[in-house]
Design a binder for this molecule. Sequence first.
Ligand code: ARG
Length: 455
Amino acid sequence: MTKLWGGRFAEQTNALVHRYNASIGFDARLYDEDITGSVAWAEGLAAAGLLSADERDALLAGLEAVRAEFAAGTFAIAPDDEDIHSAVERRLTAIAGPVGGKLHTGRSRNDQVATDFRLWVMRAGDRLDEAIGDVQRALADSAAAALDLPLPGYTHLQHAQPITWGHWALSHFWPLARDRARFAAARRSAAVLPLGAAALAGAAFPLDRAALAARLGFGDVTANSLDAVSDRDFAAEFLFAAALLGVHLSRLAEQLILFSSAEFGFVRLADAYSTGSSIMPQKKNPDTLELTRGKSGRLIGHLTGFLATLKGLPSAYDKDLQEDKEPVFDAADTLELALPVMAGLLRTLELRPERMAAQLEAGLLATELADYLVRRGLPFREAHHVVGRVVRLSEERGVALTELGLAELQAISPHFGPDVAEALTVNAALAARDLPGGTGPGAVRAQLAAAQGRS
Ligand code: ARG
């Protein structure tokens, strides 16, 4: 068998070197993008007068035949196939005859692979956008189902102030909205056509690059052929968007792992989204969530590894760039499983309001007491100090904040009045925070409506 570039070589490639060099094992999944790019290229060559109409039609028919073989799973990869580009060209020439050898006119695998990969990233971005949107819908549905359900809010994982389930669930919605914007930006970076750059200096034929770009769904053509064959910013941007999405999913997973523990018990995972222990019969493990938390490490690794690959590259194409595909493929594959699993887990999550209520202790209302004094004219710093003394008294007496009598409060500050009891409730604490973005019931309703308009 001969290689695409075999002409100047007298010796066969060492077998290990062939394996080392070959990317067909992972880039075969670019077949559809590769053939779509080649179809447009054949039409461009014909439009530029470099192919007759008959030659063009023979190439198009041959390319569609190759595509059909891949789609049907009948394409036989030959031992000498180096990558998807050489494999498609070999098979095309076998089907269409010597005219197959004309397809590569004015083109290099350097601008070809960049085009294929950009197309793939654009399509993957579209699929991920859909999958992220579904997790957002699951979060919004969960919020809607228990919008006003109170639970403790935490900072430093310590009881802080009361919030509602609706507010909590939607707090995980907005990071995903930003993730979608980041994937959309990566897609725009990808949608710039490198074809016409050829190996590095540009094709020696008057091809209409703008027409090619429009035909392939790209928004623009690259401005510099050297940059065109080595620019992988779109892949790095995609990997960053994937890594940060992974971080967001990991944080959601971590919080649900905590919430599903015996200590919190705020939620129960459905059996279908949990796993058992081989030795402890009572166990129901949140493995799905732990995997999502764990896989965020792998997504971050793909980004940092790929940036390291890029940083030392001299001008134009270097074979290092073949290392671009596996991290991007794996990041997309990882998320295309993690996202629907998370959506399903959220949709089957059981809430346990009684367990949340049991944790709504009076300490969560200490800030209410300070805000109460502020409404009565006390500077906040002073109010904070007064309430600190109230908290200490309640601890000394071993009673809850809400169980102290008015006389005891007034002994600490004369600003306490008989209406203090009304301010010291979970509902009052929630209702007070009704400004946009707050956990108050009206604000969370407005937030939900905004979220539903965005997912
Ligand atoms: N398989 C190669 C890649 O993925 C295609 C480009 C090869 N170009 C070259 N000059 N060897 O990057």
